[in-house]
Ligand binder design. Structure first.
Ligand code: OGA
Ligand code: NI
Length: 343
């Protein structure tokens, strides 16, 4: 497998990375530079923080948080992960794989339209929590990767649990609403590596998509590139080095009966510096039964039928991440009889 990060400098964009004109980053909806995502300081007063999170969730499906995670822990892990991508090709080779069952793997870009066009991105997919279960699969090089990852994931999961309690309270459901099977699945991480691209107008780093899980906690570092769909336009998420970008996945949208939105986002490239983002995906257990929470269903009209998270994951893969295609498989249409609630 050829990784983009194996080539020290790219002077041209190879043909397979060049998107057709109508798919290029500046082809459709404009980038609106007048809107910025809300930045929420978790040290603020509890009711304010709760309200700000719910408001941001309804308005954008995204927000940034100043958090309780140790800055040193973030910095050290980011530095170890970046070192992985700059290792010589032969050190990365044993981990190169498209086999999704591998607990630690590196790969290059996702394919698009049957593999005709490639994204300008290498990535690590790491199964990272519980640490005891997965740490032995993490590579011994770079030196500090294992220990930094273990520290990072423990702290980021704590932050996620805190956010989920705040969201539950803000929604008016039990504080522990998300605590069990809904957030108890194995935690995965995407470490995305976007090398400098000689012509960012021709390529995309990551396709427009919604996350399939419950909650994503993303460290963008100090290089921008993430864009979020808002009112028909893309808005750029400004880099705030020590903040995390938080967004809701499909499962949050479904259990809240669309009160909180799962919103499309994508990554664009730049020609100056490599960009690395670290996305931690909080997900339900595969056997978790997902359905709109009865407490949140206004006038008894759930918009989705109950399903197992496992089914959703299969449908998402089959629908190639298309938001409407995947949700339609679980939507209750107005003409269909409603299922009898089972709980
Ligand atoms: C993701 C993602 C955005 C980014 O990994 O799901 O949306 O900025 N990443 O790399
Ligand atoms: Ni995403």
């Amino acid at each position: 497998m050829e990784l983009l990060s194996n080539t020290p400098v790219h002077y041209t964009v190879p043909d397979e990375y060049v998107f057709p004109p109508e798919k290029r980053p500046d082809s459709d909806e404009l980038v609106d530079s007048t809107i910025t995502l809300p930045v929420i300081d978790l040290a603020g007063s509890h009711p304010d923080v709760m309200d700000e999170i719910i408001k941001a969730g309804k308005d954008f499906g995204f927000f940034q948080v100043n958090h309780g995670v140790d800055e040193e822990v973030v910095r050290e892990f980011r530095s170890a992960a970046a070192d992985f991508f700059t290792l010589p090709a032969e050190e990365k080779l044993p981990y190169c794989s498209d086999d999704q069952s591998k607990p630690f793997r590196v790969a290059s870009s996702t394919t698009y339209d049957g593999g005709q066009t490639r994204y300008w991105r290498d990535y690590l997919k790491i199964q990272c929590f519980p640490v005891d279960k997965f740490a032995r699969h993490w590579p011994p090089k770079p030196d500090r990767l294992r220990e930094c990852l273990a520290e990072y994931i423990v702290q980021v999961r704590k932050l996620a649990a805190r956010l989920l309690r705040l969201i539950a309270e803000g929604l008016g459901v039990a504080e522990t609403f998300f605590a069990g099977e809904l957030s108890g699945g194995e935690t995965q991480m995407n470490v995305n590596w976007y090398p400098p691209c000689p012509d960012p107008s021709l390529t995309l780093g990551l396709l427009p998509h919604c996350d399939r899980h419950l909650l994503t906690v993303l460290s963008q570092g100090d290089v921008g590139g993430l864009q979020v769909k808002h009112a028909g336009r893309w808005i750029a998420v400004q880099p705030i080095p020590n903040a995390f970008v938080v967004n809701f996945g499909h499962q949050m949208e479904i259990v809240t009966n669309e009160l909180l939105k799962s919103v499309e986002h994508r990554a664009v490239t730049n020609s100056a510096v490599a960009r690395m983002s670290v996305a931690t995906l909080i997900m339900p257990e595969m056997k978790c039964r997902i359905a709109p929470a009865m407490e949140l269903v206004a006038e008894g009209t759930p918009k989705y039928r109950p399903f197992l998270f496992r089914e959703f994951m299969e449908a998402y893969a089959a629908a190639s991440a298309s938001r409407e295609d995947v949700l339609n498989r679980f939507r209750i249409r107005a003409s269909e009889p409603e299922p009898t609630p089972t709980e």
